[in-house]
Ligand binder design. Structure first.
Ligand SMILES: Cc1cc2nc3c(=O)[nH]c(=O)nc-3n(C[C@H](O)[C@H](O)[C@H](O)COP(=O)(O)O)c2cc1C
Length: 329
């Protein structure tokens, strides 16, 4: 049997499949099932920065009405967690840690470093093995250019890294401008991992009622190409670990991402479509493929097709475009 084990963010994993942040990971029962089905780790459903701030502000509001707010109360507020949503999240981490042996990665969806970052420490204290920060910068935000996004990114990293010891990964958008430079900068900031990519809301148009509606929530295998492009370009350029997320639906998709240089793949949509037992099928496909190619461990082939040796990925892509589109009649 080939050895499927790998490491991610310094965590030892039995295989390279992590269940990504979603409704699939929002309870201890679901996480136990994912472990039974072969998942190597899970990323919990995200808390939103706004939820953390709102709960904190609601508590402050209640305290203000009762004349409880003093400067020291504000300090106190930044170090305690009072409300249900946040407590429930911390309980989920602690209970999941007791119930399963696989690593539990907490997740926060954030747009700034304001007020919420104290909660990263609470997450660490609850026992999370790592923290994934989903940076939600939208290209439709006309108030924030490349410079502001860069500043916000480093502000978030320095605040969070300043208070936790657990590894931190950043989940970023595929629509970020100047991705190579952006990721190289993030890498130098000391984070342990980068997740390519988060999934944006996709619009659609209802032509019968002439209104905007919601497009596909789940990805499809055809979404793999964009992630594959960026994993192969970036994996060999950075020291931190790259997790591929988006479009990995089967064993072949998993193998392609590993060949491109990913340390692990995060899967979500395929488990909604094919149920959680699909994890077992994917690890089996990986194992059989490794046997057929006489690979005993993942390190023997990981990053074999990455572009770390390409001095100029843009030039390489231009040649591929010319080669494959020009003669397509
Ligand atoms: C129903 C659903 C809920 C999700 N919730 C979250 C979330 O809370 N936080 C997050 O970072 N990503 C969330 N995601 C994005 C996934 O973690 C993942 O990045 C994305 O779906 C791409 O992977 P896939 O192609 O395997 O689905 C969600 C995705 C889906 C489909």
């Amino acid at each position: 049997m080939p050895d499927l084990s790998t490491s991610y963010l310094g965590l030892q994993l039995k295989n390279p499949i992590i269940v990504g942040s979603s409704g699939l990971t929002d309870s201890v029962e679901k996480i136990k099932n994912l472990e039974d089905m072969g998942a190597a780790a899970v990323v919990l459903k995200s808390l939103f920065e706004e939820e953390i701030i709102m709960e904190m502000e609601e508590t402050i509001h209640t305290m203000t009405n009762r004349n409880f707010v003093f400067p020291e109360t504000m300090d106190y507020m930044e170090t305690i967690v009072k409300e249900d949503l946040l407590l429930n999240y911390l309980e989920l981490i602690a209970d999941a840690k007791k119930a399963v042996g696989i690593p539990i990665i907490a997740s926060i969806n954030c747009v700034s470093s304001q007020k919420w970052t104290y909660f990263a420490r609470e997450i660490e204290k609850a026992g999370a093995d790592a923290l994934e920060l989903n940076l939600f910068f939208l290209p439709s935000d006309s108030q924030r250019g490349e410079k502001e996004i860069m500043e916000a990114t480093f502000d978030i990293i320095s605040k969070v890294k300043g208070i936790v010891r657990i590894p931190v990964a950043l989940k970023i958008s595929a629509f970020q401008s100047n991705l190579v430079r952006y990721v190289e900068h993030i890498d130098q900031s000391g984070v342990e991992g980068i997740v390519l990519f988060n999934r944006s809301w996709l619009p659609d148009i209802d032509i019968n009622h002439l209104v905007m509606s919601s497009g596909f929530v789940l990805s499809s295998p055809s979404d793999l190409g964009n992630t594959l492009r960026w994993v192969s370009i970036l994996a060999g350029r950075v020291n931190c670990d790259i997790a591929a997320s988006t479009g990995v639906h089967d064993g072949a998709g998993l193998i392609k991402q590993l060949l491109a240089g990913a340390k692990v793949c995060q899967v979500v949509s395929t488990l909604y479509i094919n149920e959680t037992s699909h994890i077992f099928k994917m690890t089996e496909e990986l194992s059989k493929w490794m046997e057929a190619h006489e690979f005993e461990s993942i390190n023997e082939f990981r990053d074999r097709l990455g572009q770390s040796n390409s001095g100029n990925p843009a030039a390489w892509e231009r040649v591929q475009f010319m080669k494959h589109f020009r003669n397509f009649i």
